[in-house]
Design a protein around this ligand. Structure first.
Ligand SMILES: C[S@@+](CC[C@H](N)C(=O)[O-])C[C@H]1O[C@@H](n2cnc3c(N)ncnc32)[C@H](O)[C@@H]1O
Length: 220
């Protein structure tokens, strides 16, 4: 069942599921992809600092918020958790989530994130950013890999040792270089194509676990 949201001109999905968080409205089907990956690797956990890049309309953050604040005690738990959502587009408020509207590739936006972090290290960086598609696969692939590289560079700066990086990409020829780079920085790099991702879509995800900060920049 879905209904139209006039503000964002998009559909909000509702679903009947035994999982508590899914029984409430979600803003996009993308949430199922995050849920599937998190069910497998369990990287969304309470008392975490999480950055969600390309977060609009907000379904990933809804999932995170509902998992981290299951009892709706957002006010009490908010100090231990920091969830930051970034997107070019606006995002309706989500309990416990700080929202930044801006271009993630711009330093001014990254500085806004760092200001919110206030020197706290990050447990999880998520990148679900998608470029404006041109319809030419090679061009879209290159644009997607640029967003991947940008989010990885940022993640390297802010992630704590042992942190997690989840990154969407469009399959194509420069993907293997990126994968090799990930493997040099994370102990475990898993390629995933969630069931909820359409078969004909060329998107895939890398779930990168156990960031090794020493290798990257010599800092502990
Ligand atoms: C597939 S949607 C993300 C869906 C989101 N994960 C959710 O669950 O609601 C991709 C998003 O990436 C955003 N995006 C693309 N390029 C961006 C950039 N340079 N900076 C910030 N957001 C960007 C788009 O505006 C779009 O909202």
């Amino acid at each position: 069942m879905f209904k139209h949201n006039r503000y964002y001109q998009q559909y909000y999905y509702t679903t009947k599921s035994s999982k508590q968080w899914l029984t409430r409205q979600i803003r996009a089907r993308s949430a199922y992809k995050l849920q599937e990956l998190d069910n497998k690797y369990n990287f969304i956990i309470p008392n975490s600092v999480i950055i969600d890049c390309g977060a609009s309309p907000g379904s990933w953050c809804q999932y995170i918020s509902r998992k981290i604040f299951p009892s709706k005690k957002v006010d009490q738990d908010v100090d231990n958790n920091l969830i930051i959502a970034v997107d070019l587009l606006p995002i309706d408020p989500i309990p416990g989530v700080k929202i930044i509207q801006g271009d993630f590739t711009e330093l001014v936006t990254q500085q806004k994130i760092k200001d919110l972090l206030n020197e706290r290290h990050v447990d999880v960086v998520l990148n679900d950013m998608a470029p404006n598609f041109t319809g030419t696969h090679f061009v879209d692939h290159v644009k997607s890999m640029d967003l991947c590289e940008c989010s990885l560079a940022f993640a390297e700066h802010v992630l704590k040792s042992g942190g997690t990086f989840l990154c969407k990409f469009l399959m194509g020829e420069s993907e293997s270089d990126f994968r090799n780079k990930l493997k040099s920085k994370f102990k475990k790099v898993h390629y995933e194509k969630p069931h909820s991702s359409r078969d004909k879509s060329t998107e895939g995800y890398y779930v990168c676990l156990e960031f090794n900060k020493n290798i990257t920049n010599g800092l502990t």
